[in-house]
Design a protein around this ligand. Structure first.
Ligand SMILES: [Zn+2]
Length: 420
């Protein structure tokens, strides 16, 4: 407690004590958020809290795959592009409908206004799901030529992110990803451009705009090994390796792919990674290194990896592997961040404690201390705290408390429950 600072914190704690006093009587307060599906039960049970008001980070979200369906329709009309079929909620037999939708989105990103609209709407949708921090991944190689190259496109995206942050209070940093179905040389060229942009100091509101280097698309036919040099070129203290792995590998190859990314690319987070659960030794390895898996349950289900009800998420969490919950490609799957949390509660029977752990804001703050994310998120926190207090839901309140204060490495949620 002594590490907390600022009058706001003490006023907040004072408010909590008032709530605590009030809670001696049964409470029934409704969350202020319109999207909230729940009313706090009078007995203040630990489960069934409002998921919308849980402050979240979304770390596995593709910018292009997060375009709104109606925006894609409008942009296709505007630019004379054939509108691909709507795949939301459909199961994918293979990657081809997925790829054609992605190609159409990238063809529709032709003007600065298109990028600005996309970034703003993604931030708005994140806000509606209760996210404060997002890390959209960019398949920038597929449309950068429309804007004069990768560097010029990144600068436009940074400007769009600044405007979106001011409008929505959702802060973001981008992951630039290589496409593994394209030549390795192209990935290495992209990596050098990433390094140059990061070295130039360009970013979002004075902080780095690129936080990670990723690897997208067909894992089964394009394993990560040949891309090691690209990761070496792109990554630094500020840019971490964030490859997709353990999603679509050949039978038995998912764990191998994850292990390579962790041991050789030095990935601290893996996009998906659920197939790691097939190898108990690897699971223990991930837990020991605290490598975080950014899991997308609906995406896994619709791409035939595993149904939500059988997701490896709970097994991985139980084994001590940090995981986050994410929407991946809302345009393709019809998913949303809040929807994923709901599915994990309803179908995977995850507890509120597990869900809060997967919201991951604390980890984001710890990992990104060096780029000032705590300062960026600070003003936003005040707004969320108000919402959380409106919901009077102890777990969200606890997360928010930890968010205000300086998170301690071994701090446990249960210890802070005592405050309530
Ligand atoms: Zn993904």
């Amino acid at each position: 407690m002594k590490s907390w600072n600022g009058p706001t914190v003490w006023a907040f704690l004072d408010y909590i004590l008032q709530i605590y006093a009030a809670s001696m009587k049964p409470l029934e307060l409704k969350c202020e958020l319109a999207e909230c599906e729940s009313t706090l039960p009078p007995h203040r049970s630990m489960d069934g809290r409002c998921l919308a008001s849980l402050p979240k980070a979304e770390l596995h979200l593709h910018l292009e795959g997060a375009m709104r369906a109606e925006t894609l329709t409008e942009l296709c009309r505007k630019h004379g592009v054939k509108r691909p079929m709507d795949t939301r909620g459909q199961r994918f037999a293979d990657f081809s409908p997925f790829a054609s939708c992605y190609i159409a989105v990238c063809e529709c990103l032709r003007e600065k206004a298109d990028l600005e609209r996309l970034v703003l709407e993604v931030a708005e949708d994140a806000s509606a799901s209760g996210a404060l921090w997002i890390e959209p991944a960019l398949s920038i190689d597929l449309y950068a030529d429309q804007f004069g190259g990768v560097e010029a496109t990144l600068h436009l995206l940074f400007q769009a992110a600044e405007a979106a942050e001011e409008a929505t209070q959702v802060a973001m940093g981008f992951i630039v990803a290589a496409e593994r179905h394209l030549p390795v040389a192209r990935a290495e060229a992209l990596a050098k451009k990433v390094r140059d942009v990061v070295t130039s100091g360009a970013g979002i509101h004075g902080r780095p705009g690129i936080l990670g280097f990723g690897l997208h698309s067909d894992e089964a036919n394009h394993p990560p090994e040949p891309f090691a040099e690209a990761f070496h070129l792109a990554c630094s203290d500020l840019v971490v390796p964030l490859p997709h792995a353990g999603e679509f590998a050949p039978t038995g190859g998912g764990a191998k792919s994850v292990r390579f990314c962790v041991d050789h690319l030095k990935a601290v987070r893996i996009a998906h990674g659920v197939l790691a659960a097939e190898d108990q030794e690897l699971v223990e390895h991930l837990a020991k290194l605290q490598v975080c898996l950014d899991v997308c349950p609906t995406s896994n289900e619709l791409l035939g990896v595993m149904p939500v009800t059988e997701s490896a998420l709970t097994k991985l969490l139980a084994a001590g592997v940090p995981c986050t919950i994410n929407s991946d490609d809302p345009l393709l799957f019809g998913s949303s961040l809040l929807g994923e949390f709901r599915r994990c509660r309803d179908e995977l029977k995850m507890s509120d404690e597990q869900l809060a752990a997967c919201a991951d804001l604390i980890q984001v703050i710890e990992e990104k201390e060096n780029i000032g994310v705590r300062q960026v998120l600070g003003p936003i926190e005040g707004r969320r705290t108000k919402l959380v207090i409106g919901a009077v839901q102890s777990l969200e309140l606890t997360v928010s408390l930890r968010f205000i204060g300086k998170p301690q490495k071994n701090e446990k949620i249960a210890e802070l429950h005592i405050l309530l």
